[in-house]
Ligand binder design. Structure first.
Ligand code: ZN
Length: 76
């Protein structure tokens, strides 16, 4: 925290108003992160999971061809 009421956000790499931030305690120590990014991450996870389910079938076919290409490229 600093005198101007902003704190460095380790997630965004920039400063936000401290009132919009939360102190995250992890193994590595205490870090300030903005509430916005925390919420976005939580929503993002749920959204990604829902989105992933929809696209899994499409991706599977694509992934198979990519794996084949990688395997072929990896030989030699
Ligand atoms: Zn942030």
């Amino acid at each position: 925290m600093s005198d101007d009421g902003t704190t460095y956000c380790y997630h965004c790499g920039t400063r936000h108003p401290t009132v919009e931030m939360k102190l995250i305690v992890s193994k590595g120590g205490k870090r300030w992160r903005c509430i916005k990014s925390i919420k976005a991450a939580n929503q993002g996870r749920a959204a990604r999971e829902a989105f992933g389910r929809q696209t899994t079938e499409l991706n599977k076919a694509e992934a198979r061809s990519k794996v084949k290409a990688l395997q072929n490229a990896g030989q030699g």
